[in-house]
Write a protein that binds this ligand. Structure first.
Ligand SMILES: C[S@@+](CC[C@H](N)C(=O)[O-])C[C@H]1O[C@@H](n2cnc3c(N)ncnc32)[C@H](O)[C@@H]1O
Length: 308
């Protein structure tokens, strides 16, 4: 691509990266992007995400053949073009994940699933490229056996359509599965050969438990009919401000069966946001109303999987 003359925002000192930029990128552009992504996805972009926003959205400008951020954002807002809005959101999400990330949660889930006297339904609400929901499915198979696990469901949602497509394919590089034990690798993955050398694919029996759908956690209605035994909402609330976190948690509450668990990311603390949840330990939450009932009723404790 030909190098363009770079104009920098005259209201501020040029940043090192400005001199390498193809497109003018002003503070007003960044402020507008922040406002739009917050409105659309609840994501709060901090100042230090400015370069990230530039480089990810510069690709959209190139793809659309537009040469200023202002025109791109004008067109985005005016058009209501849902495909471009989707691309805009996809560009600004952060999708870092891994198999059995925050590994302490999986034995807790295994134990919970064994004690629960019914097939468990799990909602993985920020599933990214699929490593998390597949880890949940593998845990259920290990805990309950293949036959009983087949009755379980792992609904896996994310706002980002691109990561969901990758998750749906269930194909990963050998590097991505390197931390898994040989036993898990053999049991849950097919090894690619020929042109697929260096890749693995999640086995159909794991894949069968997992269903992928696009869902925006900041939507006012999730359209989810049945409540869940466990919700995984890990490492997504960190991108939301406190009022957005409170809204999301208030929508989770009616979607949790009695005794259900909510799994959070390592740096997410929901007790500062709402009194509806109580920390059980290790970033796992339960509904406060269950905790109260649990103190009085053996039935509720059985439902919560606390009494064998
Ligand atoms: C850092 S990843 C975390 C993935 C996984 N939960 C984990 O802990 O490994 C955050 C995910 O949240 C998704 N996300 C961001 N905003 C969202 C929203 N409003 N609704 C649903 N998902 C969202 C992103 O697309 C991204 O895939």
């Amino acid at each position: 691509m030909a190098t363009r003359q770079v104009r920098v925002d005259t209201t501020e000192r040029p940043r090192t990266s400005d001199v390498e930029r193809d497109f003018e990128f002003t503070s007003a552009d960044f402020a507008r992007i922040r406002e739009l992504i917050h409105r659309r996805a609840g994501i709060s972009l901090s100042d230090h995400k400015r370069d990230m926003a530039y480089s990810r959205l510069a690709r959209r400008l190139r793809a659309c053949g537009i040469d200023t951020f202002r025109h791109y954002l004008d067109r985005l807002e005016a058009s209501g073009d849902s495909a471009e809005w989707e691309a805009f959101v996809n560009a600004l999400t952060t999708n870092l994940t891994a198999f059995f990330r925050e590994s302490h949660h999986f034995p807790i889930l295994a134990d919970f699933a064994k004690r629960r006297q019914q097939p468990v339904s799990v909602w993985c609400s920020a599933a990214s490229t699929g490593e998390e929901p597949y880890s949940i499915a593998m845990t259920l198979i290990e805990a309950l056996g293949e036959h009983a696990a087949r009755q379980c469901t792992v609904l896996s949602t994310d706002i980002d359509s691109q990561v969901l497509a990758k998750a749906d394919a269930g194909v990963y590089s050998l590097d991505q599965v390197k931390p898994l034990s040989t036993e898990r690798l053999k049991r849950f993955f097919l090894k690619g050969t020929g042109v697929h050398e260096g890749l693995v694919k999640v086995r159909p029996e794991v894949r069968a438990l997992v269903k992928f759908e696009r869902l925006n956690l900041t939507d006012s209605n999730y359209n989810l009919k049945t409540p869940f035994d466990a919700i995984f909402c890990r490492n997504v609330m960190i991108y939301f401000d406190k009022p957005t976190q409170a809204q999301v948690l208030s929508r989770f509450e009616p979607l949790m069966k009695p005794g259900a668990l909510l799994f959070a990311g390592h740096s997410e603390n929901f007790t500062y946001v709402t009194q509806a949840f109580r920390l059980r330990g290790q970033t796992v939450y339960e509904l406060a109303r269950d905790a109260k009932a649990g103190a009085h009723s053996k039935h509720a404790r059985v439902l919560a999987g606390e009494v064998a």
